[in-house]
Design a protein. Structure first.
Length: 163
């Protein structure tokens, strides 16, 4: 047996001013989108903003439903909207921000597992990494260069080659 180890690289800052201007704008758009999320049950509003290769920004926010599995996360709303409106566009970067009723979440909130899987699918589809930026309501901001840092050894189309 061979033992291996995975490591990830990420950047972290306490100040949005440390981000490149385009990334700061993207995070601001995500924060704005979070404020308009439909989250009457959890009060945990999430916004996502992604930048396409043509510099267009697409936003999304979480959409809850009384039948909980029927809702959808902000990241997937934004990615699916971008794909349906711009099927050949490259997603360069996605920023994720939150807004809660308490206003006290200081830890960066990364994408959930389902959203990580969708981001992985789109990285493979477009053959290019998607940079991910995420934050809490205040505090640190984290940036990774690819979903591989958040979802190593992901399930993908290569696993479906069973014939």
């Amino acid at each position: 047996m061979i033992n291996k180890e995975l490591t990830i690289k990420y950047s972290i800052t306490d100040n949005a001013g440390d981000l490149e201007s385009g990334d700061k704008l993207l995070l601001d758009k995500a924060k704005s989108a979070a404020q308009h999320a439909y989250a009457p049950y959890s009060g945990f509003r999430v916004g996502a903003a992604l930048r396409l290769g043509n510099q267009e920004i697409i936003t999304g926010n979480n959409q809850e439903n009384a039948a909980y599995p029927s809702g959808l996360c902000a990241e997937r709303v934004a990615i699916f909207a971008a794909s349906s409106q711009n099927p050949d566009a490259i997603i360069e970067c996605i920023a994720i921000a939150i807004d809660t009723d308490s206003g006290k979440v200081t830890e960066p909130v990364p994408p959930c597992g389902a959203c990580r899987q969708v981001i992985a699918e789109y990285e493979i589809k477009q053959g290019k990494e998607i940079r991910i930026i995420f934050s809490g309501e205040t505090g640190k901001i984290v940036q990774v260069e690819s979903i591989n840092s958040l979802l190593p050894l992901s399930f993908n189309s290569n696993n479906l080659q069973h014939k």
